[in-house]
Design a protein around this ligand. Structure first.
Ligand code: PGU
Length: 408
């Protein structure tokens, strides 16, 4: 018999989102015929835009021709497409802030997060925002970088949790933090919706530079930032090129959750302690463990990043942000304390003194609406639930009416 990987044994529970799916199915099996509305997992619902669909269809058809066929990305035609794609991301997404040769394309921010964990290995110390997107912690557990689970701490021994609560406006107090090798930071934040200002990110960058740490900056929701003063990329901050990696994705802004396209920016200046560039190792990992995003998807992404694509993407973002506004308005009307910055697709609702899974169950069983329990994002998420604004408008309106009727 083969021994089970000890690190996997350490995972406290199943991955949060499948667990919610399981509870949803369990409820439906007991209560057939009930129409549940899902504001749980941040899964996009609106159709791909026409410009993106045209590109996907056109390329799929061309793959059926001798001239149009491409395979692995080592052939010249595929390489030319990839270069054009990185150039568009560099120019149209980053306004030239990062070079095309510092961008590595992928199948999404989550898989990149997992591969970054492979890149750094398990002999690193790690800080995470608490609450945080569960992959930062679970992925670190899987590679064996976290130590044992500690009941008292409600977290892993070796991990440094940076509490993000209403008291600190959901931004960690860096003065209280010890040095770690890696700092995971997500802004706009999942799940709290908090967005760091330029000054706050500058403090984070200075902290990382002083400690010779690396920030893994998850900007998966950057396109949802409305406030022009707020930074959309860590690379808007002076000094970030020496201490940061950014991950991003078309999942949320362009509805690519199922199509799959993301990218990582690793600046040339970012070095390990032996002076070797992180970018070279990242390319080596990607070349070994990944075979490039689908060539059809790359054509969809090329369309998403041109002028028409970006305009269409904005339409999609505006739609979800109006949903978010409606949810926030509904929770306010119901007297439920909630946080929404106007720059993220998530609303973070507070039920002080209550267990998040109990609140989740009540909203599911009595309101027939699926949310995400805050405790699933870390110990500081206890007492909160997250409402996702990804949904059809009519479902959002209906869900808000249902939640308004509940008594907490
Ligand atoms: N980063 C953050 C902060 C996210 O919230 C998500 C998705 C991702 C990365 C994943 O991006 P991809 O490019 O699609 O890989 N968060 C969703 C979906 C849950 C999941 O398992 O990824 C959520 O509901 O939080």
């Amino acid at each position: 018999m083969v021994k089970r990987n000890k690190n996997i044994e350490k995972l406290k529970a199943g991955y949060l989102f499948p667990e919610i799916g399981r509870r949803k199915r369990e409820f439906l099996a007991k209560n057939p015929g009930i129409k549940l509305i899902s504001l749980g997992i941040g899964n996009t619902t609106e159709p791909l835009t026409p410009h993106v669909v045209d590109a996907l269809v056109k390329y799929s058809k061309s793959l059926g021709t001798k001239e149009g066929y491409t395979g692995y990305d080592d052939d010249q035609k595929a390489q030319d497409f990839l270069l054009e794609l990185k150039t568009r991301i560099s120019k149209n997404w980053y306004n030239g802030l990062v070079g095309a040769d510092e961008i590595v394309c992928s199948d999404g921010a989550k898989p990149d997060c997992g591969r970054l964990q492979v890149l750094f290995g398990n002999d690193v110390t790690i800080a995470v925002q608490d609450p945080a997107y569960p992959v930062y912690v679970d992925g670190s557990v899987i590679i064996g970088a976290t130590g044992e689970y500690n009941e008292k701490k409600q977290g892993f021994d070796k991990l440094i949790y940076m509490p993000c609560t209403p008291e600190n406006n959901f931004l960690p107090d860096l003065s209280k933090l010890p040095r770690t090798d890696l700092i995971y930071f997500c802004s706009p934040n999942n799940p709290t919706g908090a967005v760091a200002t330029k000054e706050q990110l500058k403090e984070l960058v200075d902290f990382a530079l002083k400690n010779k740490s690396i920030i893994i900056f998850d900007a998966a929701y950057s396109a949802f930032i409305n406030d022009k003063k707020l930074p959309k990329s860590i690379f808007e901050i002076k000094g970030a090129r020496e201490c940061s990696i950014e991950i991003n994705s078309l999942s949320k802004p362009a509805g690519f959750t199922g199509v799959r396209f993301g990218w990582t920016v690793v600046p040339k200046e970012l070095k390990f302690d032996d002076g070797s560039p992180v970018l070279s190792d990242w390319k080596r990992i990607m070349g070994t463990l990944f075979n490039g995003s689908s060539n059809i998807v790359q054509q969809g992404a090329l369309a998403a990043f041109d002028k028409i694509g970006i305009k269409e993407m904005q339409g999609m973002i505006d739609y979800y942000m109006e949903n978010a506004r409606l949810i926030k308005q509904g929770l306010d009307a119901a007297g439920i304390k909630s946080y929404w910055t106007g720059n993220s697709p998530y609303i973070w609702a507070h039920f002080p003194g209550k267990d998040s899974w109990d609140v989740f169950s009540k909203i599911l069983e009595e309101g027939h609406v699926v949310t995400t329990p805050g405790a699933g994002f870390g110990p500081a998420g206890q007492g909160f639930v997250r409402f996702s604004a990804f949904g059809h408008r009519e479902d959002i309106v209906e869900a808000v009416e249902r939640v308004k009727k509940l008594k907490f």
